[in-house]
Design a protein around this ligand. Structure first.
Ligand SMILES: N=NNCCOCCOc1ccc(-c2cn(C[C@@H]3NC[C@@H](O)[C@H]3O)nn2)cc1
Length: 448
């Protein structure tokens, strides 16, 4: 038996996102988002599932917060639905939207749970997509206006902020691969979108500083860690490109004010480059207070000149996979954390980590021991990184509850709490009680 003791101020938490749990998509003045549109487009989402009801957390948030209190978390990462605050993205403010998030945040604070707010977790107002979305600088300015509304309303009450969740998913998954909303499949569009969200991030941080908000702000990239299939240079370069696709492409502009040249060359070879205007990179490169890191899996890649824009191919090395098909390899989290040290000794939070394990309820229980195994392996790597001196301040399990897993709809379950989507009954899983113990002890026990 090994005991890994965590720092006394370590922030144990969980995470969710507005479109994935709230439901009430037509209530209290909420506008339409690109995910409402995408989900209703035939063939885009498994089973045609959409977020109209989801976990109904818009109405059941008090029950959800009671479960968070029982779990014992110190912080809860949630996102705000921009279409609830400014329904058409750039026009009138919807007071009922602000009122909901005030009720919600007040209830968290009443239960000694620190609100950790993501401003943008993919639910762009459709009216802004209709004018070109993140490719249009009017959307960038609309985001700054939305951010300012949120900073003025919640500054001080909310002390931990993130501008964007998973820039790679917003730019590449949603506009090059096309698997997420709005579903474009054009590399130049994805670079334009990526540049737009980086501009919006930088301007929002400038506004945060200008207003003198009492709090900290950052951004939350997702990283699919990659290792080369062999020691040869071509394979190592392929792994470097895959890592940079998720991380450096966004974090170099934020921390250094430049895109990584080897990736500019890679995209230019595919016929695309970011549309950088004078002053853009200085705007993007604003000092931030913390980094979120979302980590799920890693890949083994080798060079393949015919392997798409990154000229690589991922290899199936026979690792155990979760029910969504992602290989389980916790050392990738440790290595990704060390990789991020090149951006300096900044506070880091694991803002998402978890496993898709689709076990159901049997006799009132969910025996998701595979999720416990995944969490144990990854939290052990978190401890290892802290022991190495990495400034890791917290860990938020994805997710507090089963929810709408985007294009996978409701068939993929990441929650510590099971949700019956017909009755909306919540059932804490075995992993909920295991994590509750880790939090209560502030240590991790491993069997070895
Ligand atoms: N790597 N190349 N892929 C090429 C082929 O792509 C096909 C699909 O790819 C992906 C890649 C990544 C994801 C993903 C999902 N989550 C989980 C959410 N995180 C934010 C929160 O909302 C969670 O629901 N994180 N990442 C999905 C699909």
């Amino acid at each position: 038996m090994t005991i890994f003791q965590f720092p006394s101020d370590f922030k144990w938490g969980t995470a969710t996102a507005s479109y994935q749990i709230e439901g009430a998509t037509k209530e209290d003045g909420r506008g339409i988002s690109i995910w409402d549109t995408f989900a209703k487009t035939p063939g885009k989402v498994f089973n045609g599932d959409n977020g109209d009801v989801a976990c109904d957390s818009y109405h059941r948030y008090e029950e959800d917060i009671a479960l968070m209190k029982e779990l014992g978390i110190k912080t809860y990462r949630f996102s705000v639905a921009w279409p609830r605050i400014i329904p058409d993205g750039d026009g009138e403010i919807n007071q009922k939207g602000l009122d909901f998030y005030h009720r919600f945040v007040d209830k968290l604070i009443e239960n000694d749970i620190e609100p950790f707010c993501t401003l943008y977790h993919w639910d762009l107002p459709q009216a802004l997509q209709d004018i070109g979305g993140w490719e249009n600088r009017r959307t960038v300015d609309a985001f700054v206006k939305y951010s300012e509304v949120m900073f003025r309303e919640f500054g001080g009450k909310i002390k931990y902020w993130l501008t964007f969740n998973e820039p790679w998913c917003i730019a590449f998954l949603s506009n090059f691969i096309g698997a997420h909303a709005p579903g474009n499949t054009d590399l130049q569009v994805s670079l334009n979108v990526g540049h737009g969200i980086l501009l919006a991030h930088g301007k929002s941080v400038q506004k945060f500083r200008e207003l003198g908000i009492d709090g900290k702000i950052g951004i939350a990239p997702n990283m699919e860690w990659s290792v080369p299939y062999s020691k040869n240079e071509a394979d190592q370069a392929a792994a470097d490109r895959n890592i940079a696709w998720f991380a450096d492409w966004f974090l170099d502009p934020v921390f250094k004010g430049t895109y990584p040249q080897f990736m500019l060359d890679c995209f230019e070879a595919a016929g695309a480059k970011p549309n950088i205007q004078p002053g853009d990179m200085e705007t993007i490169c604003q000092p931030i207070d913390h980094l979120g890191l979302n980590y799920y899996t890693m890949s083994v890649v080798r060079s393949n000149p015919g392997g798409g824009i990154l000229q690589l191919e991922p290899l199936d090395m026979g690792l155990v996979r979760t029910d969504i098909g992602w290989p389980v390899e916790s050392r990738g989290l440790y290595e990704a954390l060390h990789y991020l040290q090149k951006y300096g000794d900044i506070d880091i939070y694991i803002t998402e980590n978890g496993a898709c394990i689709n076990d159901g309820v049997e006799n009132g229980e969910v025996k998701d021991f595979r999720r416990i195994s995944y969490l144990q392996q990854h939290i052990a790597q978190v401890h290892r990184a802290i022991s190495d001196g990495i400034n890791l301040k917290g860990y938020m399990a994805w997710s507090m509850m089963d929810n709408y897993e985007w294009a996978e709809g409701y068939r993929m379950r990441f929650g510590l709490v099971h949700v019956d989507y017909r009755s909306l009954v919540r059932t804490p899983k075995e992993s909920f009680y295991w994590y509750q113990n880790v939090i209560r002890n502030n240590w991790l026990e491993t069997k070895d």
